[in-house]
Each structure stands twice: as structure tokens, then as C-alpha cells.
Design a protein around this ligand. Structure first.
Ligand SMILES: C[S@@+](CC[C@H](N)C(=O)[O-])C[C@H]1O[C@@H](n2cnc3c(N)ncnc32)[C@H](O)[C@@H]1O
Length: 277
């Protein structure tokens, strides 16, 4: 790839991201550039456009193309009980604190197709906390949110989900929560009875409420430092004092200006506690 081509591509990407913001209020302008570039190149190739400017032209005039483009711009990789030790740590260290509250609010930010949400609801049910809890599941990707609301997954993913659940010290069998047919696993609708699904962006939207636990894993890795800071600020303002924040295993609060508002709680699993100060 020539220098000139790369320079033009950078301009095109900048213009496309600005257009998406001005037209639809989706703001990818401060996402980590290397990953955005990779994804837009992939989108251009797979959607059959000659240039990124051509994508811009089309998406500006055709809102129906937006979901497809968002599918490329957001990464939807997830698993139930992903990183089982994280859920084990929630179970062993966070749950005993949560038990002391008569009612609870839990926010799964960047919930993708619901894998992390259902994991948390099942864990709360196993620990006898589900009935006193409201779960908020948010994402910017409408297709992902819709998938989360239906709770249906390809059956071939269940082997890994089941193994993860077991490793998280699950107290029941995952198969208690779904029925299968037509190569799909359909999770019981009772798991959604205390769940509010909502479109919410960590980049453009405001504080969410008084949460006792926020789990936001593998979302901020796609942001630059400014956006990571904004998100951590949102979490700080959305947590009750002594509330908990869990982030992804490869993420850290260390560089955030809001870091002093959090204490390490389970360091190796990146679970923090909002300081009482
Ligand atoms: C890799 S998935 C993580 C799913 C799950 N939390 C996990 O760890 O398995 C990243 C999710 O973040 C969402 N996302 C991206 N930008 C976002 C934003 N600004 N606000 C909220 N969610 C966002 C994506 O749509 C995607 O569903």
C-alpha cells in the first residue's frame, strides 16, 4: 500500500466517522484507530465498495445500510461465563457484599448478544439474589440488543458455555436454563423477567443510575484514552459508594484520571470497588 493511498484512506475514514456522527449520532471518532481501520477495510471489501468514500456516500443517503456498517464497526465476540475466573470471583467475593442490600441494580454495559447478561442472571439466581435485582443490559448495536432480548444461541456454542459455567463454580446445570431444537438453544424467558434492555452509548450518553455492580468487559479496549476516561467517569458516577466495577482481563483503570475513585477489590480479575471517600 503506498503512502499516498494510506493518507487518502485516513482522510476518508475521518470523514466517514464524522458523517456517521453528524447524520446518525453514532460516534466512533475516538475509537482506537488501528482497529477501526482494519474493520473499515474489511467492510469495504466485503460490501463490494471501491473506496471508503463510497461507503460514506451510501450510508449518508441510505439509513437501511447503517446496521450492516455498525456490524463491522463493533466487535461482537463473546461467550457465556467468558473468563470463568471472573465469574468465580464475583460469586466468591462480590456476592457476599451484595447480599447485604435489600435491592440491587446491575449494569452490563456493552452486552453484545446477551452472553454476559445471561451468565450474570444465572449466577444471581444460583446465589438467590435474582429476585431482588434489576439488570440493565445496554449496547449501541441494535441487532446485538435484539439478539440479547431473544436469548437464542447456536447449539454448537453451548459446549464452551457449559464448560465455562462449570469452571465458574456454577451451582446448577446450564441445561436447566435452555431448551434446544433446530440446532439452537433458547434461554428461558424467566431469565429476562428482571432485565431492562436499552440502547446506550458509553461515548455519547449520560450516567445511568445508582448501580451496585457494573460489568463492562472487552468494550473499552476499542476506545482511545479519552473515551476510556469518559467511560470510567460514567461508571464512577453511576455506582453507589462501595459499588463494584468489573472490566476485561486485558484492561486497566490505572491510567484513568478517575482511578483514585476506585480501590482494587480482586486485582487479578480486574474487579474494583468504588471508594467510600
Ligand atoms: C466484544 S463485545 C463484549 C461483549 C461482552 N461484554 C464480553 O465481554 O463478552 C463489545 C461490545 O461493545 C459494544 N460497544 C461498542 N461501542 C460501544 C459504546 N460506545 N457503548 C456501548 N457499547 C458499545 C459493541 O456493540 C459490542 O457489543
Amino acid at each position: 500500500m503506498t503512502d499516498t493511498f494510506e493518507k487518502i484512506e485516513d482522510i476518508e475514514i475521518r470523514l466517514l466517522l464524522q458523517a456517521l456522527y453528524d447524520r446518525y449520532h453514532y460516534d466512533f471518532r475516538n475509537y482506537a484507530m488501528a482497529s477501526i481501520k482494519r474493520r473499515l477495510r474489511q467492510a469495504r471489501e466485503r460490501m463490494g465498495f471501491a473506496t471508503i468514500s463510497a461507503i460514506q456516500e451510501r450510508v449518508l443517503h441510505d439509513p437501511a445500510m447503517l446496521p450492516q456498517l455498525l456490524g463491522y464497526l463493533t466487535v461482537q465476540v463473546s461467550e457465556m461465563f467468558r473468563d470463568p475466573n471472573y465469574f468465580r470471583a464475583i460469586r466468591e467475593h462480590v456476592v457476599p457484599h451484595l447480599r447485604t442490600y435489600p435491592s440491587l441494580k446491575v449494569w452490563i454495559a456493552g452486552c453484545s448478544a446477551g452472553e454476559e447478561l445471561y451468565s450474570m442472571v444465572i449466577l444471581f439466581r444460583e446465589e438467590g439474589l435474582e429476585e431482588r435485582t434489576i439488570f440493565y443490559a445496554t449496547d449501541i448495536n441494535q441487532d446485538a440488543l435484539h439478539a440479547a432480548e431473544t436469548g437464542i444461541y447456536d447449539l454448537d456454542r453451548l459446549k464452551v458455555f457449559t464448560e465455562n459455567h462449570r469452571k465458574s463454580n456454577g451451582k446448577s446445570s446450564l441445561s436447566d436454563y435452555y431448551s434446544s431444537g433446530y440446532a439452537r438453544a433458547s434461554f428461558d424467558k424467566s431469565l429476562r423477567q428482571n432485565v431492562v434492555f436499552s440502547d446506550h452509548s458509553l461515548v455519547t450518553d449520560a450516567v445511568f443510575g445508582e448501580m451496585h455492580l457494573i460489568s463492562c468487559r472487552n468494550v473499552m479496549i476499542y476506545f482511545d484514552r479519552v473515551l476510556q476516561d469518559r467511560s470510567v467517569g460514567l461508571f464512577k458516577d453511576s455506582l453507589v459508594r462501595k459499588g463494584f466495577l468489573g472490566i476485561g482481563s486485558k484492561e486497566s483503570l490505572r491510567f484513568s484520571e478517575h482511578a483514585p475513585a476506585f480501590d482494587d477489590f480482586v486485582r487479578e480479575e480486574k474487579i474494583y470497588q468504588r471508594a467510600a471517600r
